[in-house]
Design a protein around this ligand. Structure first.
Ligand SMILES: Nc1ncnc2c1ncn2[C@@H]1O[C@H](COP(=O)(O)OP(=O)(O)OP(=O)(O)O)[C@@H](O)[C@H]1O
Length: 358
């Protein structure tokens, strides 16, 4: 167990969170002996499944945090624990510094209606209600008057690009459009945080790409904290500021996309990231090498956080290695910031070919 205190400054702060299913569920988090058992052994010896094991992490305000892992790794359980849709077996859970474990059922229901909205894979739309009434449904439950809730529904319908479909019924819309209604419904109550559980996995690839772009756009416009479950790494890399990788209920690695691709914690993570084109994810920071004595370098610097792919043209046309700076602005003639090293054609080509480790 970690000794870190939950962080009151984070949007979400999770400490030593467990969800165990089975007859002896409460005993598992307390028993060092049971905790050490594998999934199979725990089932054989105690009849339990530890869907989430000792999870500890913070999500910052405005962050997009992605939870990833193979089927059965505990992603859906974890995201549901965050609003106690599933009741944790043990651990601490803070939302904006508030201890959610001490809240009663009514307070939690109110929180799920106002502060935190969830978008599910199966849109859960009410089939007999028109789009506008589906979107305003949450506000209706909260007792918001009809004129106000309809006005708000129309605003968010426009925001998700569904203007003109307010009067349609769900079955008249495509899957992608139905998920937009789900998104609008989640946004209608102006929550502080949005939770997504594999929202796009039932959509075909093109629609899925549209919806990912939609989420990125909405995040840029509104800056809301988002927690997103997916088993698709390219979706995780596209959306996530940070990604948590889970296996058998446990956290394996948490990091930015380039940290996972550049320094996978183990074989499980390496298997996830092995097919990612490294030059599309890694930054110059990962491939910069020390400047050689007397080496001629270009009169140009590039920021260390530049994605390698975006630096190719610049480095090749410079004809010489380019200095990479941390914290500076980059550009011709150099700039402030600490020089991390240089990147030349060789480093760029090696990373495109994925040969750094060879
Ligand atoms: N109500 C339950 N009772 C018993 N075991 C459960 C229950 N819900 C989930 N589990 C078990 O907990 C583990 C984690 O399940 P969970 O659905 O959270 O995984 P997941 O990573 O979301 O999987 P998927 O990608 O397939 O949705 C699985 O072994 C599952 O069988």
């Amino acid at each position: 167990m970690t000794a870190h205190a939950a962080s009151p400054d984070a949007m979400v702060s999770v400490r030593n969170l467990w969800k165990v299913f089975g007859p002896k569920a409460a005993e598992v988090p307390k028993s060092p002996q049971l905790q050490q058992l594998s999934r199979r052994e725990l089932m054989d010896q105690a009849g339990c499944t530890a869907a989430v094991r000792d999870a500890t992490f913070d999500v910052s305000r405005g962050e997009v945090f992605v939870i990833m892992g193979l089927s059965g790794s505990g992603k859906s359980t974890l995201i549901r624990l965050l609003t106690r849709l599933i009741e944790p077996t043990a651990g601490q859970l803070l939302l904006e510094g508030d201890d959610l474990m001490t809240r009663d059922t009514k307070a939690m229901r109110d929180l799920r209606r106002s502060k935190v909205s969830m978008v599910f894979q199966h849109f859960g739309l009410l089939p007999h209600r028109r789009v506008v009434d589906n979107v305003s449904y949450g506000l209706e439950i909260r007792g918001v008057d009809k004129a106000t809730r309809t006005r708000r529904a129309m605003e968010v319908i426009e925001l998700v690009g569904l203007s003109g479909y307010e009067r349609s019924f769900p079955h008249q819309l495509s899957g992608g459009m139905q998920q937009r209604v789900g998104l609008a419904r989640a946004l209608a109550g102006d929550p502080d945080m949005l939770l997504f559980d594999e929202p796009f996995s039932a959509l075909d690839p093109l629609i899925r790409r549209d919806m990912q772009a939609e989420v990125i756009r909405l995040h840029k416009e509104m800056g809301k904290t988002m927690i997103f479950v997916t088993h698709d790494l390219s979706e995780a890399l596209k959306l996530g500021d940070r990604i948590l990788i889970m296996r058998d209920g446990a956290m394996v690695q948490t990091g930015t996309g380039d940290q996972l691709v550049g320094a996978p914690a183990d074989e499980y993570v390496r298997n996830f990231v092995q097919d990612v084109p490294r030059s599309h994810v890694l930054t110059l920071r990962w491939v910069a090498r020390p400047e050689r004595l007397g080496e001629e370098v270009a009169d140009l610097t590039l920021p260390a956080d530049t994605i390698i792919r975006d630096a190719i043209r610049c480095v090749i046309s410079a004809g010489r290695p380019v200095r990479v700076v941390d914290g500076g602005s980059g550009g011709a003639g150099g700039s402030g910031g600490k020089v991390l090293g240089v990147v030349g054609e060789d480093e760029i080509l090696t990373s495109i070919a994925g040969l750094e480790d060879e």
